[in-house]
Design a protein around this ligand. Sequence first.
Ligand SMILES: NC(=O)c1ccc[n+]([C@@H]2O[C@H](COP(=O)([O-])OP(=O)(O)OC[C@H]3O[C@@H](n4cnc5c(N)ncnc54)[C@H](OP(=O)(O)O)[C@@H]3O)[C@@H](O)[C@H]2O)c1
Length: 265
Amino acid sequence: MSAPTRPLALVTGASSGIGLELAKQFVQNGFDLIVVAEDDELEPAAAELRGLGAAVSPVRADLTQRAEVEKVVAAVRGAGRPLDAAALNAGVGVGGPFIETDLDAELDLIALNCTSTMHLGKRIAQDMAARNAGRILFTSSIASQAPQPFQAVYGASKAFVQSLALALREELKDTDVTITSLLPGVTHSEFFDRAGLTDTKLGATEHKDDPAKVAEDGFKGLMNGEASVFGGSLTSKAMGHLSAMTPDSIAAKTFRPVAEPGSAE
Ligand SMILES: NC(=O)c1ccc[n+]([C@@H]2O[C@H](COP(=O)([O-])OP(=O)(O)OC[C@H]3O[C@@H](n4cnc5c(N)ncnc54)[C@H](OP(=O)(O)O)[C@@H]3O)[C@@H](O)[C@H]2O)c1
């Protein structure tokens, strides 16, 4: 039997939202996939992706658990072919006042958004550096650019991801391994429901970006080896650039009225 000739990509959080759209981008551009999520929504997503013409290996893993992250590493290393690209995208939010939000939910958020992203990023970057080839896309957020009152831990987690991605990019600049971060703005997905943010202006707005557009921008940025990509609508891109230039104290005050519980009413 001849070895597969299509490149292989890993996408975490591929069962819905931005991750599912990133997975579609990879398939439409000729990649086979290893896709990861926690729940049984992963199987129909994998079937949809196979229908677009790719070989797709689903791996169900709760990435808040270190042993389950290693299960994903084992699936990647056991694929029998090199990993050409990885989109480390799985992430959740937790909305509400920091003194009231559930500590366990926030510890899980850090385990997923920060620890598992770092853990997978390290193993994958090590393997890619050894081969001197590969591309990694980290899903950060425009929330990484400013403090996020009423989703304080989420904002801090995305600042971690953004900093990690840019630092790793610099470390690997003399190799053929590229590191890109994707900074979406407010995007249609299951994120706001899961984060308990639906009673906020941020969660309730009808002006959310299309995850397909965000993913298309992210995929293009990844393939072009860009450092950071503000994905989605022109408004989100403008907000991302503005947020990056605004002093943290002012940005935090600006964000407060859209994220405060009850602000949607
Ligand atoms: N939506 C936005 O406005 C927005 C803006 C900026 C950045 N982002 C970032 O974009 C990324 C994707 O979010 P999304 O908006 O597409 O939300 P989403 O539709 O809720 O997708 C989240 C994905 O992460 C997976 N996931 C959650 N917990 C997991 C766990 N413990 N183990 C493994 N997988 C897990 C989910 O799978 P299961 O359902 O199986 O748990 C799902 O596939 C996140 O990193 C998020 O921070 C989103």
